[in-house]
Ligand binder design. Structure first.
Ligand SMILES: Cc1cc2nc3c(=O)[nH]c(=O)nc-3n(C[C@H](O)[C@H](O)[C@H](O)COP(=O)(O)OP(=O)(O)OC[C@H]3O[C@@H](n4cnc5c(N)ncnc54)[C@H](O)[C@@H]3O)c2cc1C
Length: 446
């Protein structure tokens, strides 16, 4: 087995994720092959040593944060073997740039794609703006090499049977990344399992031809009503994404990118369309709902689109900076609800008595309301508010996590949505794969 690093100064760099939850660990392993991962897991099983898989720590849920024991970093599993075959530790954005230089396209685009790993995105079944058209990671992963918690190295695709019973349950009929998937094959079980069952050391991914052209619009809508009228017709026009930013979000963005128009609007939408969009129906729609036509921006070139992406990315980074400055952890919703309940969810968000910023994937009725507590007292208040909002989203037929997963911070919310018998079934499944109960202890369920 490779020797672990014990230097606390080195380990210190691996102990927090983007949620700012602090952890601790005594050992750090940085394996560079599935065989090395397998040896480490077998040793952990024998010694009863807790171990946590960590990749790039962009998780917002504490999932890669260790609570003692060992850490396994995937950073040295970092080779792009071919356009479709890639190691788990490769940066997703680096992989996408590589395949795009070959005229091919891997659609899932978490906002963090230039900072997160392919394996982390698979483990969280990550999504992005383009999920509106293309879905999350799941349909784009064709197979994985996975090292299970007991050290077994397996190739898993959708024809790989499950050697253990997996609880079947009905996920909400919305975009969701909460809980173990009711899988009927090993690959689908591993996708979205948040590092609880094993490590994805290699993945084979599905590609399509790179779209020849993409048109991006920034649209400013004056009121909530205009937004709710706009969305159903906009979805039907076939864009690849519809992203939204509320007034507070726009203010934060302007702090970093001053040339964003200062239109007096309730919401700004960023809409992307591949190929030739149907211009007349879009124009009619914008006129009908009273969009601020003079402020609408249309971008057709790659440089312009990169600038708009920078605008979008400025926002989570600004939110994280505020939270770090205030010394508190992130309290950001990740709920998705059925389209016909979106207005209700937005009304609940409006009524929250705390400074907040709301943005996200409104095409999928999936928004992030980021509460910005100023101190630890307000943090407790924010968590209580969050819990009530989660309850409401579930009552609407929604999910407690559309994309970020459950991790350590959202277990009580998952229990609002998933029956206790299913969670008990997950515990049994986990005990079969991880007899000593060492991997990702305390993530997703206790
Ligand atoms: C600014 C910002 C924007 C974000 N935007 C989005 C977004 O648009 N969409 C979205 O879905 N998420 C988003 N996220 C959340 C995060 O980026 C994703 O969840 C991402 O998939 C995590 O990847 P990572 O490499 O950072 O993994 P980590 O954060 O290190 O780990 C996440 C989880 O995956 C497990 N894991 C990591 N690698 C592996 C592996 N190889 N095998 C098995 N398990 C593994 C870990 O144990 C942990 O449970 C965002 C985060 C930030 C900070």
């Amino acid at each position: 087995m490779i020797a672990p690093i014990r230097d606390p100064g080195v380990i210190e760099g691996y102990l927090r994720d983007a949620s700012n939850l602090p952890g601790h660990a005594e050992l750090l392993f940085r394996p560079s092959s599935a065989t090395e991962v397998s040896d480490i897991f077998r040793w952990c099983q024998r010694e009863g040593m807790p171990i946590t898989v960590t990749a790039r720590r962009t998780s917002t849920t504490g999932a890669p944060v260790p609570m003692g024991g060992a850490l396994l970093s995937t950073e040295r599993l970092a080779t792009i073997h071919s356009p479709t075959e890639v190691d788990g530790g490769v940066l997703l954005g680096e992989y996408q740039a590589h395949v795009e230089s070959l005229g091919r396209f891997f659609p899932p685009d978490p906002t963090s794609r230039h900072e997160c790993s392919v394996g982390g995105a698979i483990a969280c079944n990550a999504s992005g703006s383009r999920t509106f058209k293309y879905g999350p990671m799941r349909p784009w992963v064709e197979s994985v090499e996975v090292v299970l918690a007991d050290g077994t190295v397996l190739h898993a695709d959708r024809s790989t049977p499950l050697p253990w019973p997996v609880p079947q349950w009905t996920e909400p009929a919305v975009k969701t990344a909460a809980g173990l998937y009711p899988a009927t094959n090993l690959l689908d079980l591993v996708i979205g399992s948040e590092g609880l069952l094993g490590v994805v050391t290699r993945a084979t991914l599905r590609l399509i031809p790179l779209p020849e052209s993409v048109l991006t619009m920034l649209v400013f809508l004056p009121t909530r009503e205009s937004l709710l009228q706009f969305l159903p017709r906009a979805r039907a026009l076939g864009p690849r994404c519809i992203e939204s930013f509320d007034r507070n979000a726009l203010e934060l963005i302007r702090g970093r990118v001053p040339d964003v128009p200062s239109a007096d609007c309730a919401v700004m939408l960023e809409i992307e369309h591949e190929g030739e969009p149907p211009i007349e129906p879009w124009f009619d729609l914008l006129s009908d709902v009273g969009a601020l036509l003079d402020d609408t921006i249309v971008v057709t070139d790659e440089a312009g689109r990169a600038k708009l992406h920078a605008v979008r990315h400025a926002l989570p980074a600004s939110v994280n900076e505020i939270l770090i400055h205030n010394g508190v952890q992130k309290v950001g919703t990740d709920f998705a609800v059925p389209h016909d309940r979106l207005g209700e969810l937005l009304a609940l968000y409006d009524a929250v008595p705390m400074r907040s910023v709301c943005f996200g994937h409104i095409g999928d009725s999936h928004l992030h309301l980021n509460l910005l507590p100023r101190n630890v007292d307000e943090l407790a208040q924010a968590r209580a508010l969050y819990f009530e909002l989660a309850r409401a989203a579930v009552a609407m037929g929604g999910t407690v996590s559309g994309e970020h997963g459950i991790g350590r911070l959202k277990k009580s919310h998952l229990a609002l949505m998933v029956p206790p018998a299913v969670i008990a079934g997950w515990r049994e499944l986990k005990a079969r794969i991880d007899p000593a109960g060492v991997l990702g202890r305390g993530v997703m369920f206790d």
